[in-house]
Design a protein around this ligand. Structure first.
Ligand code: FAD
Length: 458
């Protein structure tokens, strides 16, 4: 790596849009995770695809590693510059390039955030539904194959990305996919890039599916005496094919945290939030049907709302559950666990996780996009190396092993990054891992694109 020459050229060419300032490097050296800080040697802010391609070619010429950066909200050390190099911050490429309401699609630059995109779409009657809670960038969401509260109805990023413009690790600009709703044209490279975590190239434009804003929205909030009946409700509603738009779970610890943080008055027991979208009559009918199912599983309190303000307050509380959970023990480190299982295995996995946490006296809130069989544990532990930190690691490893043994995965949506490379190995086995290595080698033979991520060290 010839860092000095590369940096001299970047500074000459990009002026103040290239920086080696220590604070900026530090800000770009970790996401929201607690992975050890790996700051890049420099940070650069391109404004066009041509500039991204130019930066990549320059880095390749000097063998400098590159780490693409969106909004920095990822949780598994994705943006840690483990081999130094340049962080390519895409946040200035934040425009809605094109919107076609008649085709229900749009094309955006990667740095636009999901809130920014929905703001830009406000006059169209359409919206982009993938909602990971954090105000992440669309490029980052594509690269982590993100999903969220509405995935049960609208799908996650993989279901909503139609086409991509990508700068390859050689600095070529390529187009993957098309605006057609379906295609049988060759290998599906769009879905290979969706979730590649910046290891195969830099996404410079994304064509997305859009959805009509629902005419009416209705929610049910249902409190239960225990986790299992709440999850049994989920299983029954999913198996009945109820047209759920959101189906979220919070346990008693998360409910307590949300009340303290957001001033809500949620029952402090395992709770389900169920939401339907549609016409006013359709939503009313679905709420009534769901109420019967919920009641049948012994919910201790059920409330319904079709009021926009009330519903917005509910989701604000759910979306701040991460910060609310962290406030349960200020000064501690947080680890955000993420597993997904087939929905029929959800109750056993959730109950086993809660019992393991309680048996070891750990403070941890559980939340989940349970309609997708996906749940998170927010573990808190002493920041210093300690028995508590080891216990968190052990309990989390058991949670992942149970999910994998039940046909599930070590990550439903956060991705592998740096933190879960060994879990990927356990999940997919040697043969599949060799195929992944072969793909990486073919696309990025110099191993300069976000090196050290996804694949365990050989
Ligand atoms: C409070 C909180 C709640 C969260 N809830 C959810 C959730 O419900 N669902 C969920 O899926 N995630 C969730 N996350 C995790 C996070 O928001 C997602 O992983 C998100 O997709 C990351 O987007 P970002 O823009 O912050 O990407 P970054 O963190 O900047 O980058 C993530 C990865 O993508 C790569 N990358 C970024 N931009 C590009 C690009 N243009 N081209 C190529 N590679 C690129 C980076 O190199 C890195 O590997 C949550 C995080 C927080 C803090």
């Amino acid at each position: 790596m010839n860092l000095c020459d590369a940096f001299a050229e970047l500074a000459t060419r990009f002026g103040e849009r290239f920086s080696t300032n220590a604070t900026l490097r530090e800000q770009h050296g970790h996401g929201e995770s607690n992975a050890v800080l790996f700051p890049p040697d420099g940070v650069i802010w391109p404004e066009t695809t041509a500039e991204v391609a130019e930066i990549v070619r320059l880095c390749v010429a000097h063998r400098v590693p590159m780490v693409p950066f969106g909004a920095g909200t990822s949780l598994e050390g994705h943006i840690a510059a483990v081999r130094g190099g340049v962080c390519i911050d895409l946040s200035r490429m934040d425009q809605l390039l094109e919107c076609s309401p008649e085709d229900l699609d749009c094309t955006v630059q990667p740095g636009i955030t999901r809130e920014g995109l929905n703001h830009a779409l406000r006059e169209t009657g359409l919206f982009f539904p993938v909602d990971p809670g954090a105000n992440a960038s669309i490029g980052g969401m594509t690269s982590t194959r993100a999903s969220g509260t509405t995935t049960v109805r609208y799908g996650g990023m993989s279901a909503n990305v139609l086409a991509l413009e990508v700068v390859t690790p050689q600095g070529e600009v390529v187009r993957l996919g098309s605006r057609a709703r379906k295609s049988s044209a060759g290998y599906d490279l769009v879905h290979l890039m969706t979730g590649a975590e910046g290891t195969l190239g830099i996404i410079t434009a994304i064509t997305l599916r859009l959805h009509p804003r629902p005419e009416a929205v209705g929610t049910l909030t249902c409190a239960y005496p225990a986790i299992r009946p709440a999850v049994d409700t989920v299983i029954e509603l999913v198996q009945l094919g109820a047209p759920l738009a959101r189906m979220e779970f919070i346990d008693e610890v998360a409910a307590r945290a949300c009340n303290a943080w957001s001033g809500t008055s949620l029952p402090e027991t395992p709770t389900l939030f169920i939401e339907f979208h549609g016409t006013p009559a359709g939503v009313a009918e679905q709420l009534e049907r769901a109420r019967e199912v919920v009641h049948g599983h012994g919910a201790s309190a059920i409330s319904t709302s079709t009021d926009e303000q009330e519903i917005a307050q509910l989701w604000r509380a759910r979306h701040t559950a991460y910060h609310a959970g962290r406030a349960l023990r200020p000064g501690t480190e947080a680890v955000t666990g993420d597993v997904a299982v087939p929905v029929s295995r959800l109750a056993d996995n959730l109950v086993a996780a809660r019992e393991d946490l309680d048996a070891h006296g750990l403070t941890a809130a559980i939340v989940g996009h349970v309609g997708d069989g996906n749940f998170h544990v927010l573990f808190l532990h002493d920041p210093a190396p300690s028995r508590e930190a080891d216990l968190v690691n052990e309990v989390y490893s058991r949670m992942i092993a149970r999910a994998q043994a039940d046909g599930g995965t070590c990550t439903g949506e956060h991705g592998i990054g740096l933190g879960k490379r060994d879990k990927l190995q356990a999940e997919c086995g040697t043969g599949t891992l060799q195929l992944m290595r072969a793909i990486k080698q073919a696309w990025d033979p110099l191993d300069l694109m976000n090196p050290g991520k996804i694949l365990p060290d050989a």
